[in-house]
Design a protein around this ligand. Structure first.
Ligand code: ADP
Ligand code: MG
Length: 339
């Protein structure tokens, strides 16, 4: 129990499908962890969140299940999401004594009103004084300091969000449930099919991050990975090349390219010339896939560049929103709808 709070410290949260980040006003990013929760099956108690819980994914004892509550781009598991939010805010409270903060949360743009309320309630229950929701593409655009009418493509774990932002709001946006997770699955399937080897999602993610590419690299690179032979069940090492990964993820990558192109085609003509000049900004972890910027540039005929620290764009945007809450209130979902 606390008797004194010396002024609240406001926080911004990026509730991503792969990573949850927290920024504290005046301090910057203070927490960055995978969006994973480990739950005791019997009691329903939360055993761990973040890094600790991620290590349990796929190899948890039967008693404990590790879940990614936002895996499919929206809130797939309400209770786990609430527990995770409380736990994360609790961690920040412990380290920084934030008291009763105002909180801005970046949420997927496809979120339903029921989900909005679930997020609001859990943040309130975790001790917030006020909570505001902001669509992730909006936050990403603010975080990347975009000008008016610049399109952004945010490729996260569960979804790819393509948006064109204008003063005070999203002009148009599209969300596609193909992003980093899907690429990992593609790699799992490719290795199974072509090499008769079973690998886990974590290994697939490592392959993607290290050698994955959207277009062939100048020089092909290769790494060795370990899996389980599908015929005899024994562990075996194989070498995999970036050109093979390119082939494995090609179809998903082309879906991402297609959604970017179709969003641009729907852009109002009065914004089109602006957009052609400024180009497209890539955010989210998927922005780092090698040569994706190049491929998108060829396919759209427009300049494409990667935001600084693409994984931090959304949370930086929530932070900037906090600093300028009065002016930016119009872009907040619940402020717009309910106040
Ligand atoms: P979310 O907003 O959904 O939480 P993030 O923006 O944090 O997602 O991005 C997470 C995704 O980015 C994961 O699928 C992860 O594997 C991928 N990722 C992270 N770093 C890289 C990299 N260097 N190259 C390719 N993919 C990456
Ligand atoms: Mg994100």
């Amino acid at each position: 129990m606390k008797f004194f709070t010396f002024g609240s410290k406001d926080i911004g949260i990026d509730l991503g499908t792969a990573n949850i980040l927290v920024t504290l006003k005046g301090k910057g990013i203070v927490l960055k962890e995978p969006s994973v929760v480990a739950i005791d099956r019997k009691s329903g108690n939360i055993m761990a969140t973040g890094n600790e819980a991620k290590e349990m994914l796929g190899r948890t004892p039967e008693q404990i299940k590790a879940v990614r509550p936002l895996k499919d781009g929206v809130i797939a598991d309400f209770t786990a999401t609430q527990l995770m939010l409380k736990n994360i805010i609790g961690k920040v409270e412990k380290r920084y004594s934030i008291g009763r903060p105002r909180v801005v949360v970046g949420v997927p743009s496809g979120i339903t009103e029921v989900e909005e309320r679930a997020v609001e309630e859990s943040v309130m229950q975790a001790g917030a004084k006020e909570v505001y929701l902001i669509e992730e593409p909006m936050a990403a655009a603010i975080g990347a300091s975009l000008d008016v009418a610049e399109p952004s493509v945010d490729i996260g774990g569960g979804t790819t969000e393509v948006a064109v932002i204008s003063l005070g709001g999203i002009v148009l946006s599209h969300s596609l449930r193909v992003a980093g997770d899907e690429l990992d699955e593609d790699i799992v399937n490719y290795v199974k099919r072509e090499m008769n080897l079973a690998i886990g999602e974590t290994t697939a993610e490592q392959i993607k991050i290290q050698i994955g590419c959207a277009m062939p690299l100048m020089t092909d690179i290769e790494i060795e990975v370990r899996g389980r032979d599908l015929t005899d069940g024994l562990p075996r090492n194989v070498k995999i090349k970036s050109s093979q990964v390119e082939e494995a993820i090609r179809e998903s990558i082309s879906k991402i390219v297609d959604i970017v192109k179709s969003t641009l085609e729907k852009t109002p003509p009065e914004l089109s010339s602006d957009i052609m000049q400024k180009g497209i900004v890539l955010a989210g972890g998927g922005a780092l896939i090698k040569n994706l910027d190049k491929l998108l540039s060829i396919e759209t005929g427009m300049p494409v560049y990667i935001a600084d620290e693409p994984l931090d764009c959304v949370v930086r945007g929530t932070g900037k929103t906090l600093e300028d809450l009065e002016r930016l209130k119009t872009v907040l979902i619940n402020a717009r709808k309910r106040r």
